[in-house]
Design a protein around this ligand. Structure first.
Ligand SMILES: Nc1ncnc2c1ncn2[C@@H]1O[C@H](COP(=O)(O)OP(=O)(O)OP(=O)(O)O)[C@@H](O)[C@H]1O
Length: 276
């Protein structure tokens, strides 16, 4: 299912925090939304899951303006995993994951055997099956984040929105989450801070800076040292071998990279260049 943001602006508290953003997420692809803190990633995503109304432009899912869909229609098409869920603390993990089936039920419908199977499968895939009976409020941040992913998977929507899905996860679970998400074959748009994670798992990355889309393309072509310097204000170096391509970062005012390599010094002007 295709997702389109067409000329979308968002105004919050009297300030335009997203400025005329246009981007398309092709069916079955994973797009990473990256940018500095406050650049508008969450605000743009919120227009897709209708937590915010754009001040301009249209957000479409499968060609339909999301504002024209009923709540149930929208929930069947778009599932959301938020960065810091503070709700559902008084429910068990199993109950929260099963909430993902709600859009598929008639009002006050009961969970079917099929619902239970789908929820169990999602809990297994996210590695939380052993937590099923625990109350969500007693879980660690990373465990809770995996519960929210399981609930989103249980919703079985063709579109998945992830807002910083990995901020509480250890490295193993970050890789597992991104690999699970990639393997779903669904249309995914994810706000991510880790540029290496975005580069490895996303088909495309879209870069926001101060509310404006400043780059959009395949990760390797988009995450250039020049772009990273301009948008994030840090120096980046690409390290590549047969298996991996990773970015190493240093502050603009530091003189070495984490691996001890000195940055390439600026060329020293010759005397004739200075005098000319
Ligand atoms: N309810 C609100 N009222 C006023 N301003 C808001 C509101 N919500 C967000 N903002 C502002 O909108 C801007 C964009 O915020 P947003 O959360 O979309 O950025 P982000 O790129 O997701 O940031 P982060 O990486 O820190 O999560 C920020 O300057 C933020 O302070």
């Amino acid at each position: 299912m295709r997702v389109e943001f067409d000329d979308v602006s968002v105004v919050l508290g009297g300030t335009e925090v997203v400025h005329r953003a246009s981007l398309t997420v092709e069916p079955g692809t994973v797009v990473g939304l990256v940018g500095p803190n406050g650049s508008g990633k969450s605000s743009l995503l919120r227009t897709l899951y209708r937590a915010v109304r754009p001040s301009r432009g249209t957000v479409r899912v499968d060609g339909a303006d999301v504002r024209t869909l009923s709540g149930r229609q929208h929930a069947r098409q778009v599932a959301v995993m938020l960065q810091d869920p503070h709700t559902d603390f008084d429910l068990s993990v199993h109950e929260v994951v099963l909430l993902g089936r709600a859009p598929h039920h008639a009002s006050f419908g009961r969970d079917t055997v099929e619902d239970l199977r789908i929820a169990d499968d999602a809990m297994r895939r996210t590695g939380i099956d052993d937590l099923a009976a625990r109350m969500v409020g007693t879980l660690s941040g990373g465990q809770r984040q995996r519960v929210m992913l399981a609930r989103a998977l249980t919703q079985q929507s063709p579109v998945l929105v992830l807002d910083e899905p990995s901020n509480h996860l250890d490295i193993k679970h970050q890789l597992e989450l991104m690999s699970t998400v990639r393997g779903l074959g669904r249309t995914v748009i994810a706000a991510l801070h880790d540029l290496n994670l975005a580069a490895r798992y996303c088909d495309r990355v879209v870069v926001l800076d101060a509310g404006t889309v400043v780059a959009d393309g395949p990760p390797a072509a988009t995450f250039t040292p020049e772009l990273i310097r301009a948008v994030f204000g840090v120096e980046a170096r690409v390290l590549e071998d047969r298996h991996d391509r990773v970015l190493a970062f240093r502050r603009a005012d530091a003189d070495i990279f984490p691996d001890g390599a000195a940055p390439v010094p600026a060329p020293v002007p010759t005397e004739s260049e200075i005098s000319s």
